[in-house]
Design a protein around this ligand. Structure first.
Ligand code: NAP
Length: 495
């Protein structure tokens, strides 16, 4: 190395070791961004045998992302090959595999390595996998996902069903579906996609609906080979699309959902109502499908064809409550037995888990399970007082639901790396938000949450144990502003 280039490197920076937990969208992103920052000493721990997170785990028929594909991509890695405006799940999984390979982050991944325990001791994080392997890191990035612990409903007799029964996120591809009688419990985004995909294949499809959903119409045109070639020739087109889609999503939805009476929310309701009125011909069925709460109160469902699917002669919508499951099918409270070969639980996820069941022990032996005993929380969705140098991507209280979580994670990792700069530059050895800043943030968040459309009288996974939306209650623009640069006076810096 010449003397000049030595001068260029500036003062020596502290070398840090990083542990990233989770090899899904945000774990891959973290690896890419660490490499770009010159931090190559990291390991990505992944409990499964493959990367991909949500898109590895969810392989149910009909799975697709309802965020447009050119927005649901890393901003720095546009993909000219997206087949449709909204990409199917397998294509998204292949995209992440390709990106991880191209950026060399796959080489940092340890598969089959579930971190069971993570303790801040001696100024570093001590990690231990379920198999007893150990590691140490200066910084932990928890990229553990949001909706990945299936919620299995408590239904009497579920274990006595003699057909095949599985959760939507644990799809058993060994079970034949063609020509069989299939029951689906749940009418969220997942249940709706499954119904649309299966109805043409099965002999009979029975959808057990506890609560009707507002459904916004969706068109999903394919990208032609000519359009894809154009994207390949001119990648800037995809960057423009990403930018425009982000702006449209924010203006039409994300910024508006935080004011239940905004014109956009009212328009959305009209669109959903018109979708129901014009696409469901039988008045009795239409009334069964009509929600009695505000559109977008629950996570909005979009579908090009659900209403058509549920009107097929072999489809049935059951609104009687489930009484129990029996060997041959589902018995509803009216005493009727719905005989089934396969029962799919599209019943959602435990949205309050985040990094758990990993045991996380912070400064002075503080257990995250105790700190989160009432409910999970985090300063700006990223970090927790008393847990230094631990940062979460898509952690509690962040923008989830109708946002591109990729966009969210990109903003978060840029913010986290600015905090990491404090460690790298040797300005401190430990950084965590103060109790006061976290309490102020949380109080403001709760106050704002009460004005949102998510609190207008429905049950959803957005709500915490008090019935208050646990998600980012302000505009996406505000999130972007907050993530631009950390306010360092909100942090305690030690060492
Ligand atoms: P979900 O939205 O939480 O829906 C769960 C469904 O199961 C609800 O209809 C719920 O009824 C029903 N349910 C739960 N327990 C029940 C019981 N004991 N008896 C009868 N019904 C019961 O779950 P999800 O559909 O898997 O979606 C979760 C989230 O994943 C979505 O909100 C979305 O954010 C994401 N997702 C996104 C896409 C996408 O395209 N981007 C696709 C799929 C999922 P109630 O409504 O009465 O509670």
């Amino acid at each position: 190395m010449s003397d000049e280039s030595r001068l260029d490197t500036g003062p020596a920076k502290r070398r840090l070791r990083f542990a990233i937990i989770g090899a899904g969208m945000s774990g891959i992103l973290s690896g890419i961004k660490l490499d770009a920052a010159g931090d190559h000493d990291y390991t990505i721990y992944e409990k499964a045998d493959r990367l991909g997170g949500t898109w590895r785990e969810n392989t149910y028929p009909g799975i697709a992302c309802d965020i447009p594909s050119h927005l649901y991509s890393y901003s720095f890695e546009p993909n000219p090959d997206w087949s449709h405006l909204y990409a199917p799940g397998a294509e998204i999984q292949a995209y992440f595999e390709g990106v991880a390979r191209r950026y060399g982050v796959e080489a940092h991944m340890r598969f089959g390595a579930e971190i069971a325990r993570c303790e801040f001791r001696g100024g570093r994080w001590q990690l231990e996998t379920t198999r007893g392997e150990r590691d140490q890191a200066d910084v932990v990035i928890a990229a553990t996902g949001v909706l990945h612990h299936p919620y299995i409903p408590v239904i009497d007799g579920l274990d006595r069903f003699e057909g095949a029964c599985f959760h939507s996120a644990r799809w058993d591809h060994g079970v034949g579906l063609d020509g069989r009688r299939v029951g689906v419990v749940g009418t969220g985004s997942t249940g709706v996609q499954i119904v649309s995909a299966l109805v043409a294949r099965v002999a009979q499809l029975v959808l057990f609906q506890r609560t009707p959903q507002w459904i916004a119409p969706q068109e999903n045109p394919p990208y032609s080979p000519e359009q894809q070639a154009e994207f390949r020739r001119t990648p800037a087109l995809m960057c423009d699309l990403h930018h425009d889609m982000s702006r449209v999503l924010a203006e039409s939805f994300s910024n508006a959902a935080v004011d239940a009476n905004s014109p956009q929310m009212q328009l959305l309701e009209e669109i959903c109502r018109a979708n129901l009125e014009s696409n469901v011909s039988d008045p009795a069925l239409r009334e069964k499908l009509r929600p009695n709460y505000r559109a977008a109160c629950k996570r909005l469902v979009v579908s090009p064809d659900f209403y058509q699917a549920i009107q097929k002669p072999n489809a049935a919508l059951v609104t009687e409550a489930i009484d129990r499951v029996e060997a041959r099918g589902v018995r509803t409270r009216d005493g009727r037995l719905h005989e089934l070969d396969v029962l799919v639980l599209a019943t959602g996820f435990r949205a309050d888990r985040f990094v758990r069941p990993m045991q996380v022990i912070g400064r002075g032996g503080t257990r995250l399970d105790d700190v989160w005993a009432q409910r999970p929380f985090a300063y700006l969705s990223i970090s927790i007082p008393g847990f230094p140098n631990l940062f979460m991507l898509n952690g509690p209280n962040g923008p989830v639901g109708n946002f591109s979580l990729i966009e969210v994670a990109e903003l978060q990792i840029a913010y986290i790396l600015q905090l990491v700069d404090e460690l790298r530059a040797g300005r401190c050895r430990e950084i965590s938000p103060s109790d006061a800043a976290t309490a102020t943030f949380d109080a403001a968040r709760v106050a704002a949450a009460k004005q949102t459309v998510w609190m207008t009288g429905c049950r959803s996974w957005y709500l915490d144990d008090r019935g208050i939306p646990a998600v980012w209650p302000w505009t996406f623009d505000r999130f972007r502003e907050e993530m631009a640069a950390p306010k360092l006076d909100a942090y305690e810096r030690a060492g």
